[in-house]
Design a protein around this ligand. Structure first.
Ligand code: AMP
Length: 212
């Protein structure tokens, strides 16, 4: 499987990418996760990325392109699932070039479609365990003990970019800078649009159908 999972913040790219990776063995590549790890470890990349991420802005292309290329180079025969990359047309062009060099061309770009009201609801209720990464939602997947991770007991966090001001900015950035990437892949004939509402399993089933 060699795909991009595309869609606005809160569309469920991370959840579906984890599931697809678990079942197919393809590598899950999330530039957002890689950047959050760099921020937590206070690396040079992390220090540069933090201020953009906190505001819901895009991190500069050259930084994320380097991360994605590095991760792609280490994927095996089972392929890759890109989650949150590319987010600009320049990133999409750099990705094509890198994949051509690696001999691992894209098979499909799956666009998860969700309307803005639902995205705001999903993002503002989102919580995550900073220790093991387990995701929660105050309405649809509340932890058993308020504020604590079911898996490891760590205090859950509300990501700074899931605060109302940053959410509004992320949706604006998506519509201005990221949505043009859809046209790029539509012209290539590999774009598959699917409605990303309903249960996680229903959406998973639609993705499998769209890529097979
Ligand atoms: P995500 O977890 O995918 O929503 O990413 C969280 C944040 O990381 C985004 O709001 C951006 O600040 C940054 N980020 C992740 N992926 C990219 C990308 N491909 N290009 C630019 N910034 C990114």
């Amino acid at each position: 499987m060699r795909i991009v999972l595309f869609g606005p913040p809160g569309a469920g790219k991370g959840t579906q990418a984890s599931l697809l990776s678990e079942k197919s063995g393809a590598g899950h590549i999330s530039t957002g996760d890689a950047l959050r790890e760099a921020v937590a470890n206070q690396t040079e990349v992390g220090l540069k990325a933090k201020s953009y991420m906190d505001k819901g802005e895009l991190v500069p292309d050259e930084v994320v392109i380097a991360i994605a290329k590095d991760k792609l180079a280490s994927t095996g025969d089972a392929g890759y699932i890109l989650d949150g990359f590319p987010r600009t047309v320049a990133q999409a062009e750099a990705l094509d070039k890198a994949l051509e060099e690696l001999g691992k061309p894209l098979e499909a770009v799956v666009n998860l479609q969700v309307d803005d009201d639902e995205l705001v609801r999903r993002l503002s209720g989102r919580r995550v365990c900073p220790n093991c990464g387990e995701p929660y939602h105050l309405e649809s997947k509340a932890p058993k003990v308020e504020g604590k991770c079911d898996v490891c007991g760590t205090d859950l966090v509300h990501r700074s970019d899931d605060q109302p001001e940053a959410i509004r900015n992320r949706l604006k950035v998506y519509s201005e800078k990221t949505s043009p990437v859809l046209g790029y892949y539509e012209n290539r004939g590999i774009l598959r649009n699917i409605p990303a509402v309903g249960s996680i399993q229903d959406i998973y089933g639609r993705i499998i159908q769209a890529v097979s």
